[in-house]
Ligand binder design. Sequence first.
Ligand SMILES: CC(C)(COP(=O)(O)OP(=O)(O)OC[C@H]1O[C@@H](n2cnc3c(N)ncnc32)[C@H](O)[C@@H]1OP(=O)(O)O)[C@@H](O)C(=O)NCCC(=O)NCCS
Length: 242
Amino acid sequence: MTIWSPPTDDLILADDAVHVWRASLEVSSNRLQQLRECLTEDELSRANRFVFEKDRNHYITARGQLRELLSRYLSQKPADFRFEYTAHGKPSLIGDHALNFNLSHSGKLVLYAITRRRRLGIDIELMRPDFSGVEIAEHYFSKNEVAVFQRLPQNLRADAFFTCWTRKEAYIKAIGEGLSCPLDSFDVAFAPGEAPKLLANRINPDEVSRWSMVDFAAGDGYKAAMCIEGLNLQVSSWQFLT
Ligand SMILES: CC(C)(COP(=O)(O)OP(=O)(O)OC[C@H]1O[C@@H](n2cnc3c(N)ncnc32)[C@H](O)[C@@H]1OP(=O)(O)O)[C@@H](O)C(=O)NCCC(=O)NCCS
């Protein structure tokens, strides 16, 4: 069970800490307009490229709230932040901030993870029971993971599928490589009750001792996981309030 606490006014992000924020993507039209106003031209043109209004609004909401969150940690106005992107699309803050973040959205929720001087990735998925069969697992999971998945009784598979998916996705987002990282080159723990962990990386075996994984109960029907560089970190979970 994750407790999503209301934030205190004097949030302190220690060097060995990570703050995870849960927020809704469903906002009023006034609030949407307020969030839109802190986006840059390139973010607005990206928003305008979404075909569906819902996706456009979710992007604006996720970006605007990210800017508001960052301004809690850095004395800058939400509209003043500038982002740069890796070749694989991972955003980071421009400037000497030493603040790292990652975000993920699915369904009606967005999660943000914020830390200092550590790579990290977070993933949330609204579980779709029709999307958790063996064929799909064979496509996305490693051979070892597929073998674990196939040994599970049918009634545990949907849950385990999304546990594995979010943990793998959190790792590829943490290293920032997106889908250019071969999904069969590493294994995560995901059997029911198994603690989140990177179990093996066949390209770089040292990776296993470099990363921590944490799960979050974000809401009914959702799975979420974070992967972060370093061990024994202090994890806090906050509910974003508007
Ligand atoms: C780019 C990618 C991160 C998108 O993931 P996604 O699940 O569609 O979307 P999420 O909501 O979790 O994350 C999107 C956010 O991650 C960030 N992001 C984008 N590229 C990223 C990258 N290479 N690394 C880390 N974070 C990235 C952005 O902030 C983005 O939000 P924005 O578009 O609003 O700016 C990539 O990993 C991907 O395409 N995954 C496809 C899913 C898949 O096959 N997963 C296999 C798991 S077994």
